[in-house]
Design a protein around this ligand. Structure first.
Ligand SMILES: N[C@@H](CCC(=O)N[C@@H](CS)C(=O)NCC(=O)O)C(=O)O
Length: 258
């Protein structure tokens, strides 16, 4: 039987967005998890570019950007359950998501790598969760090479991580201001793709327990990272991200399709 396939890097927060939308819409899929750098060959072979997630649908359609995957999931849902509402609310949702994809996503990832690459061995169970044995062997044998590839490719350095954290703090401030009127979600009363984007992309700095792939506990993180994670969790935007995870990550909505 041909199945939907989702090509991922297990800890990737962009992949988490896609996984969340698929899980929420109860769309069956097989997740094919790969190590960073090795993912490129699999993403390309699946019909995507060099990034993951890539969704290959049972009918052969390929979606290689997380917003496109979320929209594909919406197509199976009743209008009231869709993550992109119709009309101006949907436009606002897409604008917010695009802003978070371009800013918070890369910033939180860069900062997370700067904080965790020195502790790569301890992070191995999370980096490798669900990957093939041969990829796990490559990781054990060439952690240093992967470390330097990620540093070079993403520009990971202490200076860049500090600048990324400044921008993350600004994003958290903006999200906090948006929520200050008491609204339950970023676009008002309705849970949307903007909430999924914020919670998933902030996961690299909030390390939520309900993430769709195993993540370390606060105690397992390098102490300096744990301190920053605790600080961000206490921010109104951080508390919002954690609440959205707790209340929405395991929620499944009914499908309108067959
Ligand atoms: N705009 C893309 C971004 C995806 C993205 O940056 N994915 C990362 C993993 S978090 C990736 O594959 N990076 C590897 C690369 O750029 O080669 C989306 O929303 O799907």
């Amino acid at each position: 039987m041909t199945r939907n396939r989702l090509i991922t890097i297990p800890i990737s927060h962009f992949c988490e967005k896609a996984r969340w939308a698929l899980d929420r819409a109860a769309i069956p899929y097989r997740e094919e998890r790969h190590l960073q750098a090795i993912h490129v060959a699999y993403a390309r072979r699946a019909g995507g570019g060099r990034t993951v997630p890539v969704l290959v649908c049972a009918d052969g359609a390929v979606f290689a950007e997380s917003p496109a995957i979320v929209r594909r999931c919406d197509a199976d849902l009743e209008p009231a359950d869709r993550l992109y509402p119709a009309g101006p609310l949907g436009d606002e949702t897409a604008r917010l998501e695009a802003w978070l994809d371009a800013g918070l996503g890369p910033d939180s990832r860069l900062w997370m790598y700067q904080a965790t690459l020195p502790a790569m061995a301890a992070m191995a169970p999370y980096i490798l969760d669900g990957t093939a044995r041969w990829e796990q062997r490559i990781f054990s044998g060439s952690r240093w090479a992967l470390n330097s590839f990620i540093r070079r490719y993403l520009g990971v350095s202490a200076t860049n991580a500090e600048a990324a954290m400044t921008r993350i703090d600004e994003t958290f401030e903006q999200i906090g201001r948006r929520l200050a009127d008491g609204r339950p979600y970023l676009c008002g009363d309705r849970f949307t793709a903007a909430d999924v984007a914020f919670a998933a992309l902030a996961a690299a700095v909030l390390v939520p327990p309900d993430y769709g792939s195993p993540l370390p506990s606060l105690e397992e993180l390098p102490p300096a990272m744990a301190t920053e994670v605790a600080r961000l969790r206490a921010h109104p935007a951080g508390a919002f991200g954690l609440r959205v995870y707790e209340q929405q990550r395991r929620r499944v909505v009914s499908r309108s399709g067959p």
